[in-house]
Design a protein around this ligand. Sequence first.
Ligand SMILES: [Cu+2]
Length: 166
Amino acid sequence: MKRVCLLILASLTLLLAGGCGGDKTKNKVEEKPQFLDVVLTVNPEKAMPGEEVTFEATITYGDEEVTDADDVKFEVWRANNDKHEKFQVKHSEKGKYRLNKTFMEEGTYYIISHVTARDMHNMPKKEFVVGKSSKPEEDHHDSNADMNELDDAKKKNEEKHDSTSH
Ligand SMILES: [Cu+2]
């Protein structure tokens, strides 16, 4: 009988040890580098001309709400129009950066929220429509927007590299 008790005790100890091991891996997850996350919403996504549209970027860094982003700019334009308007956006509350706009001209529009915080840049893009939609921009333009900016930054870095080595 005593032997059985000892066995149970031993397995309990093992279980407890296992539990501690589990905690260790949990700590490792928490130490993982955090990334700047930006969730962009457009409300309503289909508006009437003259109706107020609310753009909101919710910025988080891991679990933290980013209330002190270095730079938040909303770039807005009508599809296939070269004139892009940029708006500096201030923090509203709880990591949310908000801008209200009304549009008189019907058509398909785009917004990119350029966010710089914690030495990182994130720039999600959204499409919205005022009244009747217009011809959207070509797809390659859309999906490569992020890559182009990254490529540009890379090129600039390479240029810097070249000039310092000469
Ligand atoms: Cu950007």
